[in-house]
Design a binder for this molecule. Sequence first.
Ligand code: BGC
Length: 247
Amino acid sequence: MITLGIDIGGSGIKGALVDTEKGEMVTDRVRIPTPQPSKPQAVIGVIKQIVDHFAYSGPIGVGIPCIVINGVTLSAANIDDEWIGFAAQQAMSEATGCPVILGNDADVAGLAEMRFGAGRGQMGTVMIFTLGTGIGSAVFVNGRIVPNTELGHVYLRNQKKDAEAYAAERIRDEKNLSWKQWGKRLNTYFQHMEFLFSPELFIIGGGISKQHAEFLPYIKTRAPMVPAELRNEAGIVGAAVLAAESS
Ligand code: BGC
Protein backbone atom coordinates (compact mmCIF):
# COMPACT_ATOMS: atom_id res chain seq x y z
CA MET A 1 0.00 0.00 0.00
CA ILE A 2 1.31 3.49 -0.84
CA THR A 3 0.68 5.64 2.22
CA LEU A 4 1.71 9.13 3.32
CA GLY A 5 3.98 9.23 6.37
CA ILE A 6 4.72 12.48 8.21
CA ASP A 7 7.30 13.06 10.94
CA ILE A 8 6.90 16.16 13.12
CA GLY A 9 10.27 17.12 14.54
CA GLY A 10 11.59 19.97 16.67
CA SER A 11 13.09 21.73 13.64
CA GLY A 12 11.42 20.22 10.57
CA ILE A 13 8.21 18.51 9.48
CA LYS A 14 8.98 15.84 6.90
CA GLY A 15 6.74 13.74 4.70
CA ALA A 16 6.94 11.24 1.85
CA LEU A 17 4.88 8.54 0.22
CA VAL A 18 5.90 5.11 1.44
CA ASP A 19 5.52 1.59 0.10
CA THR A 20 4.44 0.04 3.39
CA GLU A 21 5.08 -3.57 2.30
CA LYS A 22 8.68 -2.82 1.39
CA GLY A 23 9.25 -0.18 4.06
CA GLU A 24 10.67 2.24 1.49
CA MET A 25 9.93 5.80 0.51
CA VAL A 26 8.75 5.99 -3.08
CA THR A 27 9.03 9.78 -3.43
CA ASP A 28 11.52 12.40 -2.36
CA ARG A 29 11.07 13.68 1.15
CA VAL A 30 9.44 17.09 1.59
CA ARG A 31 10.77 19.09 4.54
CA ILE A 32 9.17 22.24 5.88
CA PRO A 33 10.61 24.05 8.92
CA THR A 34 8.53 23.51 12.05
CA PRO A 35 6.57 26.75 12.70
CA GLN A 36 7.72 28.69 15.77
CA PRO A 37 5.82 28.71 18.03
CA SER A 38 4.79 25.18 17.15
CA LYS A 39 1.14 25.60 18.07
CA PRO A 40 -1.33 22.98 16.86
CA GLN A 41 -3.02 25.11 14.20
CA ALA A 42 0.30 26.18 12.64
CA VAL A 43 1.67 22.62 12.60
CA ILE A 44 -1.57 21.24 11.19
CA GLY A 45 -1.33 23.89 8.46
CA VAL A 46 2.04 22.43 7.45
CA ILE A 47 0.59 18.90 7.42
CA LYS A 48 -2.11 20.14 5.07
CA GLN A 49 0.59 21.67 2.83
CA ILE A 50 2.38 18.32 2.64
CA VAL A 51 -0.85 16.49 1.79
CA ASP A 52 -1.55 19.05 -0.96
CA HIS A 53 2.02 18.77 -2.26
CA PHE A 54 1.50 15.06 -2.94
CA ALA A 55 -2.14 15.60 -4.03
CA TYR A 56 -2.74 12.72 -1.62
CA SER A 57 -5.89 11.19 -0.31
CA GLY A 58 -5.97 8.09 1.88
CA PRO A 59 -4.82 7.20 5.38
CA ILE A 60 -2.01 9.34 6.80
CA GLY A 61 0.39 8.30 9.53
CA VAL A 62 1.87 11.03 11.69
CA GLY A 63 4.61 10.82 14.33
CA ILE A 64 4.79 13.59 16.93
CA PRO A 65 7.10 14.20 19.93
CA CYS A 66 4.31 13.75 22.49
CA ILE A 67 2.76 10.96 24.51
CA VAL A 68 -0.22 9.91 22.36
CA ILE A 69 -3.15 8.01 23.81
CA ASN A 70 -6.26 7.41 21.71
CA GLY A 71 -5.27 10.20 19.34
CA VAL A 72 -4.90 12.76 22.12
CA THR A 73 -1.48 14.34 22.76
CA LEU A 74 -0.73 14.33 26.47
CA SER A 75 2.74 15.84 26.79
CA ALA A 76 4.78 18.47 24.99
CA ALA A 77 8.56 18.53 25.07
CA ASN A 78 10.22 20.37 22.17
CA ILE A 79 6.76 21.38 20.91
CA ASP A 80 4.26 24.01 22.11
CA ASP A 81 2.38 23.37 25.37
CA GLU A 82 -0.96 23.84 23.59
CA TRP A 83 -0.61 20.21 22.45
CA ILE A 84 -1.16 18.96 25.99
CA GLY A 85 -4.64 17.45 26.17
CA PHE A 86 -5.39 18.26 22.52
CA ALA A 87 -7.49 15.92 20.34
CA ALA A 88 -4.74 16.09 17.71
CA GLN A 89 -5.62 13.07 15.59
CA GLN A 90 -9.18 14.27 15.11
CA ALA A 91 -8.08 17.84 14.31
CA MET A 92 -5.60 16.52 11.70
CA SER A 93 -8.26 14.30 10.12
CA GLU A 94 -10.69 17.20 9.91
CA ALA A 95 -8.09 19.56 8.41
CA THR A 96 -6.91 17.12 5.74
CA GLY A 97 -10.15 15.26 5.06
CA CYS A 98 -8.16 12.01 5.40
CA PRO A 99 -8.11 9.45 8.20
CA VAL A 100 -5.06 10.22 10.36
CA ILE A 101 -3.34 7.81 12.71
CA LEU A 102 -1.12 9.53 15.24
CA GLY A 103 1.71 7.97 17.24
CA ASN A 104 4.72 9.06 19.24
CA ASP A 105 7.60 9.87 16.87
CA ALA A 106 10.10 7.51 18.48
CA ASP A 107 7.53 4.70 18.70
CA VAL A 108 6.79 4.88 14.97
CA ALA A 109 10.50 5.09 14.10
CA GLY A 110 11.01 2.03 16.28
CA LEU A 111 8.22 0.21 14.49
CA ALA A 112 9.98 0.81 11.16
CA GLU A 113 13.31 -0.46 12.51
CA MET A 114 11.69 -3.57 13.98
CA ARG A 115 9.83 -4.32 10.77
CA PHE A 116 12.41 -3.41 8.13
CA GLY A 117 15.67 -2.41 9.79
CA ALA A 118 18.15 -3.32 12.50
CA GLY A 119 15.51 -4.92 14.73
CA ARG A 120 14.06 -7.36 12.19
CA GLY A 121 13.28 -10.70 13.82
CA GLN A 122 14.82 -9.67 17.17
CA MET A 123 13.20 -11.30 20.19
CA GLY A 124 13.57 -10.24 23.81
CA THR A 125 13.84 -6.58 24.77
CA VAL A 126 14.94 -4.21 22.02
CA MET A 127 15.38 -0.50 22.78
CA ILE A 128 15.44 2.10 20.03
CA PHE A 129 16.60 5.64 20.79
CA THR A 130 16.39 8.65 18.50
CA LEU A 131 18.98 11.34 19.10
CA GLY A 132 17.86 14.76 17.87
CA THR A 133 16.30 17.83 19.47
CA GLY A 134 15.34 15.50 22.30
CA ILE A 135 15.97 11.83 23.07
CA GLY A 136 13.10 9.60 21.96
CA SER A 137 12.69 5.98 23.08
CA ALA A 138 10.79 2.95 21.84
CA VAL A 139 10.77 -0.35 23.69
CA PHE A 140 9.80 -3.68 22.12
CA VAL A 141 9.42 -6.98 23.95
CA ASN A 142 9.29 -10.02 21.68
CA GLY A 143 8.24 -7.74 18.82
CA ARG A 144 5.44 -5.98 20.73
CA ILE A 145 5.78 -2.34 21.66
CA VAL A 146 5.48 -0.92 25.14
CA PRO A 147 4.13 2.43 23.90
CA ASN A 148 4.90 5.95 25.07
CA THR A 149 8.06 5.29 27.02
CA GLU A 150 9.65 8.68 27.68
CA LEU A 151 13.15 7.62 28.56
CA GLY A 152 14.73 10.87 27.42
CA HIS A 153 13.25 12.34 30.57
CA VAL A 154 14.93 10.19 33.21
CA TYR A 155 17.27 11.95 35.59
CA LEU A 156 20.87 10.90 35.73
CA ARG A 157 22.82 10.94 38.95
CA ASN A 158 24.37 14.40 39.51
CA GLN A 159 22.28 15.98 36.76
CA LYS A 160 19.44 18.18 37.88
CA LYS A 161 17.72 17.97 34.51
CA ASP A 162 16.30 15.49 32.03
CA ALA A 163 18.82 13.22 30.34
CA GLU A 164 17.87 14.72 26.99
CA ALA A 165 18.98 18.14 28.23
CA TYR A 166 22.40 16.55 28.85
CA ALA A 167 22.88 14.15 25.98
CA ALA A 168 20.60 14.91 23.01
CA GLU A 169 22.16 15.76 19.66
CA ARG A 170 20.96 19.34 20.10
CA ILE A 171 23.13 19.68 23.21
CA ARG A 172 26.20 18.45 21.32
CA ASP A 173 25.51 21.10 18.74
CA GLU A 174 24.70 23.96 21.13
CA LYS A 175 27.61 23.29 23.45
CA ASN A 176 30.02 22.47 20.65
CA LEU A 177 30.91 19.18 22.32
CA SER A 178 33.59 17.06 20.69
CA TRP A 179 32.55 13.56 19.64
CA LYS A 180 34.46 12.26 22.64
CA GLN A 181 32.76 14.62 25.09
CA TRP A 182 29.36 13.79 23.70
CA GLY A 183 30.18 10.09 23.49
CA LYS A 184 31.01 10.08 27.21
CA ARG A 185 27.66 11.66 28.03
CA LEU A 186 25.90 9.07 25.90
CA ASN A 187 27.90 6.37 27.64
CA THR A 188 26.61 7.54 31.05
CA TYR A 189 23.07 7.58 29.73
CA PHE A 190 23.10 4.22 27.96
CA GLN A 191 24.87 2.42 30.79
CA HIS A 192 22.04 3.61 33.02
CA MET A 193 19.43 2.41 30.49
CA GLU A 194 21.15 -0.95 30.36
CA PHE A 195 21.21 -1.19 34.15
CA LEU A 196 17.46 -0.50 34.27
CA PHE A 197 16.27 -2.68 31.37
CA SER A 198 18.98 -5.20 30.37
CA PRO A 199 17.91 -5.22 26.71
CA GLU A 200 19.19 -7.68 24.12
CA LEU A 201 19.84 -4.91 21.60
CA PHE A 202 20.14 -1.12 21.39
CA ILE A 203 19.34 0.64 18.09
CA ILE A 204 20.39 4.27 17.67
CA GLY A 205 18.46 6.46 15.23
CA GLY A 206 17.99 10.11 14.36
CA GLY A 207 19.80 12.07 11.67
CA ILE A 208 23.09 11.89 13.57
CA SER A 209 23.08 8.08 13.38
CA LYS A 210 24.73 8.31 9.97
CA GLN A 211 27.81 9.55 11.84
CA HIS A 212 27.67 6.65 14.28
CA ALA A 213 31.34 5.77 13.75
CA GLU A 214 32.23 9.04 15.52
CA PHE A 215 30.43 8.36 18.81
CA LEU A 216 29.44 4.69 19.16
CA PRO A 217 33.02 3.68 20.08
CA TYR A 218 32.69 5.70 23.32
CA ILE A 219 29.60 3.80 24.45
CA LYS A 220 30.37 0.64 26.36
CA THR A 221 27.31 -1.51 26.91
CA ARG A 222 27.06 -5.26 27.30
CA ALA A 223 24.28 -5.48 24.73
CA PRO A 224 25.23 -4.70 21.15
CA MET A 225 24.46 -1.17 20.00
CA VAL A 226 23.88 -0.67 16.28
CA PRO A 227 22.85 2.28 14.11
CA ALA A 228 19.32 2.38 12.75
CA GLU A 229 19.26 1.03 9.21
CA LEU A 230 16.55 3.41 8.05
CA ARG A 231 18.43 6.35 9.57
CA ASN A 232 16.31 9.46 9.62
CA GLU A 233 13.68 7.96 7.33
CA ALA A 234 12.43 5.62 10.04
CA GLY A 235 9.98 8.21 11.39
CA ILE A 236 8.29 8.70 8.02
CA VAL A 237 8.28 5.01 7.11
CA GLY A 238 7.02 3.92 10.53
CA ALA A 239 4.22 6.50 10.55
CA ALA A 240 3.05 5.28 7.14
CA VAL A 241 3.21 1.63 8.25
CA LEU A 242 1.17 2.42 11.37
CA ALA A 243 -1.51 4.10 9.23
CA ALA A 244 -1.59 1.32 6.62
CA GLU A 245 -1.97 -1.31 9.32
CA SER A 246 -4.65 0.57 11.21
CA SER A 247 -6.85 1.22 8.17
C1 BGC B 1 9.58 13.80 23.82
C2 BGC B 1 9.26 12.44 23.24
C3 BGC B 1 9.87 12.31 21.85
C4 BGC B 1 11.34 12.65 21.87
C5 BGC B 1 11.97 12.63 20.50
C6 BGC B 1 11.08 14.01 23.78
O1 BGC B 1 11.40 15.27 24.29
O2 BGC B 1 9.13 13.90 25.16
O3 BGC B 1 7.87 12.27 23.18
O4 BGC B 1 9.69 11.01 21.39
O5 BGC B 1 11.56 13.92 22.44
O6 BGC B 1 11.40 13.57 19.66
